[in-house]
Design a protein around this ligand. Structure first.
Ligand code: GLA
Length: 431
């Protein structure tokens, strides 16, 4: 790039870059292809699982018909490997014609007709991470316009094959370009991952002005090790990350892998619980055509979802790491409520953990707690009452806690939930 072009670009981004289109006041919910379906482009031998319009149409149908949409799961997000290797004669990105014969606008219609929204993937750089055409500084505008013309509602903008200067210019430029289309689109930035995820390399308050969400850390894989590593990194760095989140600006620890092959039932609950505490996007990457009922119940748990989607949008924190390898997480919620998660990092047997709300810095008062995964309620205990909770290895107990008088309020989360829970108590919660 010549000095003139650089000056022009700097002038452009110094204009207002705020992406304040009112979207994502709560973390996005939906489904994304990547973790489960990767870059499978072999539609000849693997037609069910390859990255093609059929996969996204099938998934949209499942989201609409199997109760997901009603719970808030609304974005169907295409990841890498959707593109043709060449741009069209006007320089526009185009989908692979054999795998997306109807084109993206057609797919968007299928998705919109079902009350859902479409997300797409592009990469700030010469190539996407899997080697498809990238979006360089000179094609940002045309790509934003192409996406808008197709009816796209969400862009995941990856950062392979670019340097930090191109990223510093490109991410805000794309924000502006999306705004300029006039079509409200959610904007997910992978920028932080490519510069280490932490200040001073990442300016989180600036990022919050230009992106709705951002990937901070490495890709999730289908294993408990991976989930645990992500939880650990986000908690170790919570002083930098937690204040960055709020309505319209979210940290993204990556997709939910519940329903795949790598997690036990307890570990799946742990991912759901921690993603709710972290105010993380609830974007599943699984096969909604083949999902067992246990995974479905975890992903469709109304109280876990309500905690994740709390309108105050305050990200939670790890409060304690005990020597006995129990960790306590906490998130403040609307209506003087809060969520507590007790996570066991042990590998032996269920551990009987003793604590009290007072030990967790709660004020004096009488409380009730709803156990999110067992469906049982504990009534009328004080901050100083000793609590004993049995936590399975690599599992959680998750509580929705509220002052006692609130249980009488119609419409409270507790009341809404009571009509829906169907799980049998599995944790012995003894007071
Ligand atoms: C990067 C991203 C992933 C996925 C792949 C696609 O690794 O972090 O989420 O989009 O690229 O190639």
């Amino acid at each position: 790039m010549g000095p003139f072009a650089l000056t022009q670009l700097l002038a452009l981004i110094s204009l207002t870059v705020a992406l304040d289109n009112g979207l994502l006041k709560t973390p996005p919910m939906g489904w994304m292809a990547w973790e489960r379906f990767r870059c499978d482009i072999d539609c000849k031998d693997d037609p069910e699982n390859c990255i093609s319009e059929n996969l996204f149409k099938d998934t949209a149908d499942r989201l609409a018909e199997d109760g997901w949409k009603d719970l808030g799961y609304e974005y169907v997000i295409i990841d890498d490997c959707w593109m043709s290797l060449l741009r069209d004669e006007h320089g526009r990105l185009q989908p692979d014609p054999s795998r997306f014969p109807g084109g993206i606008a057609h797919l968007a219609r299928h998705i919109h007709d079902r009350g859902l929204k479409l997300g797409i993937y592009a990469d700030m750089g010469t190539h996407t991470c899997m080697g498809f055409p990238g979006t360089t500084l000179d094609t940002i505008e045309i790509d934003a316009q192409t996406f808008a013309s197709w009816g796209v509602d969400y862009l995941k903008f990856d950062g392979c094959y670019s340097n930090p200067i191109e990223q510093m210019l490109g991410y805000p430029l794309m924000s502006k370009a999306l705004n300029a289309t006039g079509r409200p689109m959610a904007y997910s930035c992978s920028w932080p991952v490519y510069v280490g995820g932490l200040p001073p390399n990442v300016n989180y308050s600036y990022l919050g002005d230009i992106c709705h969400l951002w990937r901070n850390y490495y890709d999730i894989q289908d294993s408990w090790d991976s989930v645990q590593g992500i939880i650990e990194w986000f908690s170790n760095n919570q002083d930098d990350l937690q204040p960055a989140a709020g309505p319209g600006r979210w940290n993204d620890p990556d997709m939910l892998i519940i329903g795949n092959f790598g997690l036990s039932v307890d570990q799946a609950r742990s991912q759901m619980a921690l993603w709710a505490i972290m105010a993380a996007p609830l974007i599943m990457s699984n096969d909604l055509r083949n999902l067992d009922n246990i995974a479905r119940a975890i992903l469709q748990n109304k109280v876990a979802i309500a905690i994740n989607q709390d309108p105050m949008g305050i990200q939670g924190r790890r409060l304690l790491q005990e020597k006995n390898r129990i960790e306590v997480y906490w998130r403040p919620l609307s209506n003087s409520a809060s969520a507590l998660v007790f996570l066991s990092r042990r590998t032996d047997m269920p551990y009987l953990y003793h604590t009290s709300l007072a030990k967790l810095q709660y004020q004096a008062g009488t409380y009730e707690a709803y156990d999110v995964f067992s469906g049982s309620t504990v009534r009328g205990f004080n901050a100083t009452t000793e609590i004993k909770i049995s936590i399975n290895p690599s599992g959680v107990v998750m509580w929705y806690v509220y002052p006692e008088q609130q249980s009488k309020r119609t419409g409270s989360l507790h009341h809404q939930h009571k009509t829906f829970h169907n799980a049998k108590p599995e944790h012995s919660t003894v007071l």
